[in-house]
Ligand binder design. Sequence first.
Ligand code: NDP
Length: 486
Amino acid sequence: MTYPTQPTASHFIDGQYVEDTAGTPIPVIYSATGKQIATVHAATPAIVEQAISAARRAQDGWAALSGTERGRILRRAADMLRDRNHDLSVLETYDTGKPYQETSVADATSGADALEYFGGMAATLTGEHIPLGGGDWAYTRREALGVCVGIGAWNYPTQIACWKAAPALACGNAMIFKPSETTPLCALKVAEILHEAGLPAGLYNVVQGMGEVGAALVGDPRVDKVSLTGSVPTGRKVYAAAAQGMKHVTMELGGKSPLLVFDDADLDAAVSGAILGNFYSSGQVCSNGTRVFVQKGILEPFLARLSERLAQAVIGDPLDPETSFGPMVSEAQMKIVQGYIAKGLDEGARLVTGGRQIARDGFYLEPTVFADVTDDMTIAREEIFGPVMAVLSFDDEDEVMARANATEFGLAAGVFTRDLERAHRVVAGFEAGTCYINTYNDAPVEMPFGGSKLSGVGRENSKAAIEHYSQLKSVYVRMSPLEAPF
Ligand code: NDP
């Protein structure tokens, strides 16, 4: 191993690396080999205390800067992320196992987009003037929330760290970020870069640990906001804990999103959408369109084309730029997904392709497609978070809309059709926060991203994120003499 994967220390607090080896050791495993590449230590109560105090101390001064000054630092950090994209992408690959072919275009680059976008927006954040009767008027001040806690899932460690930090810092908040214990490395690099770009100490802190460290942060009365990217069960716990302190929350949770392919669709484009929406990042993407509803007339041609295309996947060493499909993030996640594949077979789904572990080191599963899936099967109802596509067939639009929406999740949904009216009618009817027409899974920073129903609360990215990292103060200004009844 020549690439340095062992971080300087486990945590980054108050502008510097901090260690406390009394914390539980967390081995970092490279999922392409199964070998340990680093060790970090979970935060002890003393580390959590240091992070919260540092954030609290630093936040007022940061909020008092002009938006232009805050934004300049974020934009400088964006440039540095882009300049170091290669090294950051290699680290992201070690952290997650995702192929370099993906990480070099989707992770640090997406983080840089968020820092650039919200850096540019920082100077434009203002309140408004509201004229009232009798010459009175009111104004609003858009103010920071205070200390925000970000808690990340393991699939996009750099992106999640930046998507939360960028709007939080632009609005004048401090942030404490807890990465997933499975992927602790990348957020530390984001912290290093933000500080090198000029971010004052204490405003972006990273603490490692499992759920209990997240829970300690969420429960602290000095924390004002929590933004979680994770599963629905964790979301329920974190939302409930945040409610005790009436804290602001953003919840980016799981999904079981529908992808509808009508018989007038461009077949190759629809197959591309289904591949992007099921096998990118080895299927470990929250917004994946894992219930692929294909209109009956084109079902078999769709499956045939899909199988041909999946045979072209280059499965192998994620650091080889030719590799287009890598391992699962961990052995535990691979076992969960294998359990779902077994359920699919038990419950009578037709295995079209894949289904097996790949005979090599690391945690590789074949891209897997099931057809003849029915709405009641486990693989059509539960989030699998792995490379398993469920293909269902349908006759007409009304029927498929009812079935597509018959889920407790509401993160994303997509439709492939050449009929413009149908496309817009269908997305209007989807019960989902993020929808796609003739594409799938794009997430540019300019577009709000988030879910409805059990998939979440709030939005990341876009102007909408500002609402979730700031609050309005209203000020009534009386211009005429004030009277009272007695
Ligand atoms: P988890 O819900 O298991 O964990 C998410 C994070 O929460 C981890 O950092 C975890 O720590 C932490 N955590 C766990 N329990 C608590 C608690 N009680 N209090 C505070 N923090 C806690 O999700 P995964 O990491 O397994 O990620 C997969 C899930 O994330 C999927 O459901 C996926 O759909 C969703 N996701 C959603 C996205 C979205 O934007 N909507 C994007 C990406 C993923 P640790 O794991 O270290 O113990």
